[in-house]
Design a protein around this ligand. Structure first.
Ligand code: FES
Length: 173
């Protein structure tokens, strides 16, 4: 569509993030030093920082004396965990069969035009992240978009533009 609709935000770089590790220290003392709490610890770190900072992973690795590769495997296996910073608003576009057939790809393209991000990216201002997800169980409302916990059905490019504007993605970085 037209250039005015573009939001001039760029992708966030993990390298530029400086991490205050005090929360990680705190969380490591909150749980017993047993590996069965690893996932809970990573989830707490994820919730706090909105991703798993490298410094935090190194601290967890040293604390449990386990290979760093094990933590990276967990970070990539569990969808709730992320090695990249997530935005304030996480846009999830369903790409299950029904949504795909009803144009989820068009919605993904529209997000790219509006926010200049593709699935897996976060805008540089940290406001939006984009993810694709499997069927959300609301196929009758396809294509479906969820922003944080808010659900939007039968989304069209023009409806998407209105939704994104409502969240402040109006081109004013
Ligand atoms: S395929 Fe999207 S809600 Fe089922």
């Amino acid at each position: 569509m037209d250039d005015e609709r573009k939001v001039s935000v760029k992708k966030m770089s993990d390298e530029k993030i400086t991490t205050d590790i005090s929360f990680t220290k705190e969380i490591l003392t909150k749980y017993p030093k047993e590996q069965r709490y690893l996932l809970a610890i990573l989830q707490d770190i994820q919730r706090h920082y909105k991703f798993l900072p490298r410094k935090s992973l190194s601290m967890v690795q040293e604390y449990f004396d386990i290979p760093l590769s094990r933590l990276y495997s967990m970070a990539t296996f569990y969808k709730a965990l992320s090695l990249k910073p997530k935005g304030e608003y996480v846009i999830k576009i369903c790409d299950g069969t029904a949504c795909h057939l009803r144009g989820s790809n068009i919605i993904i393209d529209e997000i790219k035009k509006l926010l200049d991000i593709v699935p897996g990216d976060t805008t540089r201002d940290g406001r939006f992240s984009l993810e694709t997800v499997n069927c959300l169980g609301s196929c009758a409302a396809a294509p479906v978009v969820v922003i944080n916990d808010r659900f939007f059905g039968k989304v069209t490019p023009s409806k998407l533009k209105e939704i994104i504007e409502e969240y402040g993605g109006n081109g004013d970085e």
